[in-house]
Design a protein around this ligand. Structure first.
Ligand code: SF4
Length: 118
């Protein structure tokens, strides 16, 4: 439980960091218009391998040999934390994947507003 709290703190710090992002970065995110609007953040250590994300969004999610989800093409920004930017067209299925995850280890940030959607 303590470990999960540490993880949660880490993700909240990350989200805070995104919110306090410097304006030029924010500008570049919104500047790309329809291309990059959201960021998926995945806390792999919390994954329990239910594969609900894969069912909801096979474009971005697959299972690995360890029975954990992989965020396809996601970059590891810190140990066990993966991120990828997505466009509006992939938002609905990505939100579904995050919503269906039973351990809430998938998050979505609106890059234009800094809002943590889920
Ligand atoms: S839905 Fe959540 S717990 Fe299940 S495989 Fe996907 S990331 Fe892991």
């Amino acid at each position: 439980m303590k470990e999960k709290n540490t993880e949660t703190k880490e993700i909240l710090d990350k989200i805070k960091e995104i919110r306090n992002d410097n304006p030029s970065k924010k500008h570049s995110a919104s500047h790309v218009g329809n291309e990059t609007k959201y960021r998926i953040i995945y806390e792999r250590d919390l994954c329990i391998g239910v594969a609900a994300c894969v069912m909801s969004s096979p474009k971005y999610w697959e299972m690995d040999d360890e029975g954990k989800a992989i965020l396809k093409n996601g970059r590891e920004v810190s140990p066990g934390i993966f991120e990828i930017e997505i466009s509006e067209e992939d938002y609905a299925e990505s939100f579904e994947a995050a919503k269906e995850c039973p351990v809430n280890c998938i998050h979505i940030i609106n890059l234009e507003t800094g809002e943590k959607i889920i």
